[in-house]
Design a protein around this ligand. Structure first.
Ligand code: NAD
Length: 251
């Protein structure tokens, strides 16, 4: 693959495992210098050292994307170290199934704080640097749950992921004039630890019945779409909802 990311500087949130880790590794293989963010210091350091061992450049930064102060520190550290931020991948996310009749206000709020406010916090923190540079690629992870509703008692998660789509489209309109593209990547089921074993069984039943491609995605497949949207070749794509779900939704 050649996405041509030589000397680009990327922040990937939630990159300690799963889709974020696959993305950090791929962006580095394509030449980018990568900030590997995660709530888990150990996992972020593990991925950053895999990148360095393969000859790439990476720095692990532990920060909670839902906490603006921690996010601003991370962005300042990135600028001190690399002098710019070209690519932001808002990937950090979480979701725990809870039926609506049992859901507490705090549980709903926590999912919005990480999955939606996290996207706002990091985007707001990097955006002045991108505006100044007249260049930027912002890619945020939503989910098919945000488009067609969640199948696993994840209404709070679906609400946050729908919010990511609305937020992305809006700021794509605001930021195009600065040569900044803003897009959402919308996976179906991806084989990562975010899925509990119960969710896996439920999802696999639906995939086998409904998906033309009757399997889960691998994290690297999602990373490839993210890397393309992060590349110069994707300069005319903005505000889009890039679905990658094996044909599950077809919308
Ligand atoms: N796996 C799927 O089926 C699937 C489908 C659609 C969308 N997504 C989305 O893709 C993204 C990545 O998910 P994944 O499947 O790789 O999950 P994952 O659980 O394997 O990885 C998520 C990572 O985010 C980190 N994280 C969680 N809260 C954080 C916070 N507050 N600050 C910083 N980091 C934090 C976790 O520590 C973890 O390393 C998420 O936004 C998820 O909602 C996943």
């Amino acid at each position: 693959m050649d996405f041509g990311l030589k000397d680009r500087v990327a922040i990937v949130t939630g990159a300690g495992q799963g889709i974020g880790a696959a993305t950090a590794l791929l962006l580095s293989e394509e030449g980018a210098k990568v900030i590997v963010n995660d709530l888990s210091k150990d996992n972020a350091e593990k991925i950053a050292s895999s990148i360095t061992m393969q000859g790439g450049e990476a720095v692990a930064i532990q920060a909670d994307v839902g906490a603006a102060i921690e996010v601003n520190q991370m962005v300042n550290e990135t600028i001190d170290r690399f002098g710019k931020i070209d690519i932001l991948v808002n990937n950090a996310g979480k979701g725990k199934p809870i039926p609506i009749q049992e859901m507490m206000e705090e549980q709903f709020d926590e999912i919005q704080r990480v999955n939606l406010k996290g996207v706002f916090n990091v985007t707001r923190s990097v955006i002045n640097h991108m505006i100044e540079a007249k260049y930027g690629r912002v890619i945020s992870l939503s989910s098919v749950a945000g488009k067609v509703g969640a199948v696993n008692n994840l209404s709070h998660y679906a609400a946050a992921k729908a919010g990511v789509i609305g937020f992305t489209k809006s700021i794509a309109r605001e930021l195009g004039k600065y040569n900044i593209t803003v897009n959402t990547v919308v996976p179906g089921a991806v084989d990562t630890q975010i899925l509990t074993s119960e969710m896996r069984v439920n999802i696999m039943e639906k995939i086998i019945k409904n998906n033309p491609i009757a399997r889960m995605a691998q994290p690297r497949e999602i990373a490839c779409l993210i890397a393309f949207l992060a590349s110069d070749s994707a300069g005319y794509i903005t505000g889009t909802v890039a679905t990658i779900d094996g044909g599950f939704t077809m919308c």
